[in-house]
Unconditional design. Structure first.
Length: 318
């Protein structure tokens, strides 16, 4: 299905759509409640809640190196609150400002913590409607989880945005052109986080000089894969890419993606025959990566993603 999204005329191309909300978006002040969720393996994830009462709960998964400070997270939390619903952001392990306890962290295919959170919410409030949103890496995790659990997944509906459907192709694409700028920034943040973590505990693997890892393939081959039990980067990419799980999704799911996403190649974008009949695949020509900025004037931008996602979820509550 074609998307109804029309990019702002004053933000042409993939990079302006991607960079504007990340650098220029004003963040609203939100009243947050924080919770530390203890996991069964002795580690933890930190949750940030918006809203109160007994309204529906929307679970949110951020992208690589994202979290509460990400403008797109602030935006969707505010939009959900205005709907009168509750939202809970699950920070992936080590992404809430404090290193997690165990050597392993998070990655594009780690669905165990999301499953644990959903089971906990269902146990607390068995009759409350649950929804899920995942952005970028978080979208890959969400789609993989939906495919793994099929009709046993407790979510009433889900939405995934700007997903790296095929991880190997994404890693290769980020080595090229201006996309290297995004890779360099994210790699720098990953290196800082891993240095800080392994200053407080012995590293279970020998990964050499972290500064010599110049792209995602090298980083994943040296650190992500061995740290999480994969043979190498290609084994990790093959097992964790979400595209192979899309046919098994039994939860109504909205996928929003732009053909000009600078993180991915167009050949990795699924078509309708690649997904189950529960998946609503909306592909736009423009929008960048977690951008999707509309509006006639630069001083009055419209962040279309929040409107489309809340509109999609609302139909399941009427």
């Amino acid at each position: 299905m074609n998307s109804t999204f029309k990019p702002a005329w004053w933000l042409p191309g993939s990079h302006l759509q991607t960079l504007w909300p990340a650098l220029m978006r004003w963040k609203e002040s939100l009243s947050l409640q924080y919770e530390r969720l203890e996991l069964s393996d002795g580690d933890f994830v930190d949750l940030a809640w918006v809203g109160r009462g007994s309204s529906p709960i929307v679970c949110i998964l951020h992208g690589l190196c994202g979290g509460m400070d990400s403008p797109y997270i602030n935006g969707i939390l505010g939009a959900i609150k205005r709907q009168g619903w509750r939202a809970v952001l699950m920070h992936f392990r080590g992404c809430s400002g404090e290193p997690n306890r165990l050597a392993k962290s998070y990655h594009s295919g780690e669905t165990g913590d999301l499953k644990f959170l959903l089971a906990e919410l269902k146990k607390r409030e068995p009759n409350t409607p649950l929804f899920g949103i995942g952005y970028s890496l978080g979208g890959n995790v969400l789609l993989k989880c939906l495919g793994e659990t099929g009709n046993t997944n407790p979510l009433k509906a889900a939405a995934a945005v700007s997903v790296p459907f095929e991880l190997a192709k994404t890693a290769e694409h980020l080595k090229k052109g201006f996309s290297q700028v995004y890779q360099k920034r994210l790699l720098s943040e990953l290196k800082i986080a891993h240095r800080a973590k392994f200053e407080t505990m012995p590293a279970p693997i020998e990964f050499g000089d972290i500064d010599q890892l110049n792209n995602f393939f090298e980083f994943d081959n040296a650190i992500t894969a061995p740290l999480h039990g994969f043979k190498d980067a290609m084994d990790y990419y093959q097992q964790c890419s979400s595209r192979q799980y899309l046919k098994n999704i039994e939860t109504p799911t909205l996928i929003l993606h732009a053909r000009n996403d600078p993180f991915t190649t167009t050949c990795s974008i699924p078509e309708q025959q690649d997904v189950s009949d529960k998946v609503n695949l909306e592909i736009s020509e423009g929008g960048g990566h977690v951008g999707f900025v509309a509006g006639r004037y630069p001083w009055k931008p419209i962040y279309w993603l929040e409107k489309r996602i809340t509109q999609y979820f609302a139909q399941f509550l009427s």
